[in-house]
Design a protein around this ligand. Sequence first.
Ligand SMILES: [Mg+2]
Length: 382
Amino acid sequence: MPRWILHVDMDAFYASVEELDRPELRGKPVIVAGPEPRGVVATASYAARKFGIRSGMPTAQAKRLCPQGIFLPPRFDRYEEVAQRIRAILGEYSPIVEPISLDEAFVDLTGTELLHGPPEKVAEEVHLRIPKEVGLSCSVGLGPNKLVAKLASDAAKPGGLKVVRPEEVQSFLDPLPVEDLWGVGPKTAARLREKGIRTVRDLREVPLGLLRSWFGPKGGEALWQLARGIDDSPVTPVREAKSLSHEVTYPEDLFDQKQIVSELRRLSFLVVDRLHEEHVLAQTVQIKVRFSDFTTYTRQTKLPEPTDHPLLVAAEAVGLFSRVEIPPGQGVRLLGVGVADLVPAEFRPLPLFVDPNITDAFHEVRRKFGPEALSLGQAGLE
Ligand SMILES: [Mg+2]
């Protein structure tokens, strides 16, 4: 059975929600951004983009480019509310909906034809219903896989609908720059450019053997497939997490302070892995401690800014534990570390003390070799 994947991407989502709630802002340069000095722009309305404002740009720079801009702090609860209404609409067409962020989702329409009609008709319906029922503009792409569906909705931006049928995939992809392909990062794109490869068509003309010799067997194979619009990755429904936590009940109570600290650190790292997977940052760190006599304490702390840095989260967890008074003679029966107040990762503040590349490298090593592989020294916590 041919696959049909829908990709829905809301246009300038946070800024559009602000305009929806305050119609007097419509058409103005609305910029949803974190506070100065270290905040960044999350979303700029199309009117603001005319001034050169882009997501990820420091708020201070955006203010210089567009002093007349309307700078608003994010209201995640409201965006989440709207996102849920959009997801509910999508859920009417398929049980397999994968939200990528608050404003973007894949829907697997494969095999839904008997219930809902041809996927192309569903795409048209979704494209009409979201603006009508939610009041916001969206871009919709439909294709035989996630790669093509996402590129189709990109091509339809803003506010359009683009269907790419299987027989059209190659002619659709060929003129696109290679960096548009999902999985071709800036580094790979730069290496390809050095070799004179700019478009997907150029890439497709490179023999597999050559790609393998340039990028390794796996990397070469992946590029070869991308250039042909081949992508078997499934649409994976995920539950939205309001908070994330890991807890363990120990077969034997823990008495050793060092062991407790190392457990808190391990649990923190597991929680941070989840943050990274979900592309969110957390502003609150929580711990739960249960002693031998079942008395249970929870403690939490709000950080000055959201983070997904493993050492920061671990240091907070250990710090919280140090404020729990251990009843005499009691061991620790259960430990839990959790995070809450989650915000999308695009709100990551500009680095102050911590090089974000370090975090990336940390996650990379743990992804490859498992959570136990990288044990950061005790010194890292202090
Ligand atoms: Mg969007």
